[in-house]
Design a binder for this molecule. Structure first.
Ligand code: ZN
Length: 369
């Protein structure tokens, strides 16, 4: 069975652009392949080994997704009742998915902090989508949220595979438990929202927009959970994920792209903050995790210029664009920026929102039409 062009299975895959309107399945990891590539070249086998095995595992999972025929559709009938329907599974360091069920919706927390964090992270994502944007789960129709924890051994990644979330425990040397940063959980689930809405192609600028949208709402989920204003937020993606020996604070910084880490083993954060430093590369699906720094920084600038809770105004504008139906799968930065200006005007009129959004794009060097 081949997915149709409007099927929600086309974006966020691992290897290049589709040429046939997209029947490639979904596979999105939080740690980009270029970071694991670098790590796998470390002299210390204790560092290189887990990175190499993680890359192999990711490649295998990616292939599995390609071989699986029906994707994106949940086997469980959804109940659009405004309540989350979460199930957490434990892979017990194996790789069979989903693994053994360890916590269902409404069940009390157990002893495993990883299970509890995954459950809470799915809940926080569900809650922001519902309360801020009246969206019932990631598909807008009550999709049950499944996650597997303790995937594989020393697995240095987390991913959304089009059907569920999967979390590794990290190798403890470079990466810690991937359920620690709630924005990482949010980031991955929001790939699901994109999959069901604008379905941005996971390559080049549309791919960087796809990544950026996940960072934006991942960060907003963290800010919402902590009750933070734009001024109080850290605007980091993956804070708490890097082990103490790593010189760095997170995977990415929306406030100062390019400054999240600078480490002997991991290398330096390659993100640009503006079009002046746009990176042309064939790696990382045409730099999807690299050039996402530019729209990320635009959102940060708009949100902090407006102040208050970033999900209420800047977040609403971005959400309107993502879900409004005008954003094309192949959208470039300029297309996205132009639609945010339009959305700001439609939602809030000719006020400070329009001004903040327009100026933010100008500051990062993205033209609006
Ligand atoms: Zn991603």
């Amino acid at each position: 069975m081949v997915a149709t062009s409007d099927s929600p299975v086309t974006q966020c895959k691992g290897s290049g652009m589709t040429t046939h309107g997209g029947s490639e399945p979904v596979f999105c990891t939080i740690v980009p392949p270029h970071v694991l590539d670098k790590l796998s070249q470390a002299e210390d086998p204790a560092l290189a080994g887990p990175a190499r095995r993680t890359l192999q595992r990711d490649a295998y999972e990616r292939t599995q997704r390609r071989l699986t025929t029906v994707l994106g559709a949940s086997a469980v009938p959804a109940e659009a009742d405004g309540k989350p329907q979460r199930t957490i599974y434990d892979a017990r360091h194996g790789t069979d998915l989903p693994g053994r069920k360890v916590r269902g919706e409404g069940e009390d927390p157990g002893r495993d902090a990883t299970v509890n964090r995954a459950y809470a992270g799915l809940g926080a994502t569900f809650e922001l989508l519902l309360t801020a944007y009246q969206r019932d789960s990631i598909d807008g129709n009550g999709l049950p949220l499944d996650a597997t924890v303790h995937y594989d051994r020393d697995y240095n990644n987390a991913f959304w595979n089009g059907e569920q979330m999967v979390f590794g425990d990290g190798d403890g040397e470079i990466f810690l438990d991937f359920t620690i940063p709630i924005d990482v959980i949010g980031h991955e689930l929001v790939h699901g929202v994109t999959q069901y809405t604008a379905n941005l192609t996971y390559f080049g600028q549309p791919g960087a927009l796809n990544e950026s949208v996940s960072d934006v709402f991942g960060s907003l989920i963290k800010q919402y959970t902590l009750g933070q204003t734009a001024a109080e937020a850290d605007w980091l993606i993956g804070a708490g994920l890097l082990a103490p020996r790593v010189t760095g604070v997170a995977l990415r910084s929306m406030k100062e792209p390019g400054t999240a880490y600078d480490d002997d083993v991991l290398g330096k954060d390659p993100q640009p903050a503006s079009m002046d430093d746009y990176v042309r590369t064939g790696r990382d699906n045409g730099g999807v995790h690299i050039n996402s720094g530019i729209p990320n920084h635009a959102f940060y600038l708009a949100a902090t210029a407006l102040g208050g809770h970033a999900w209420e105004r800047a977040g609403q504008v971005w959400y309107d664009v993502l879900t409004g139906g005008e954003l094309k799968q192949q959208a470039m930065f300029t297309d996205f920026a132009t639609l945010t200006v339009k959305a700001a005007r439609e939602r809030f009129g000719d006020g400070e929102e329009l001004d903040a959004v327009s100026k933010a794009w100008e500051q990062v060097g993205v033209r609006t039409l």
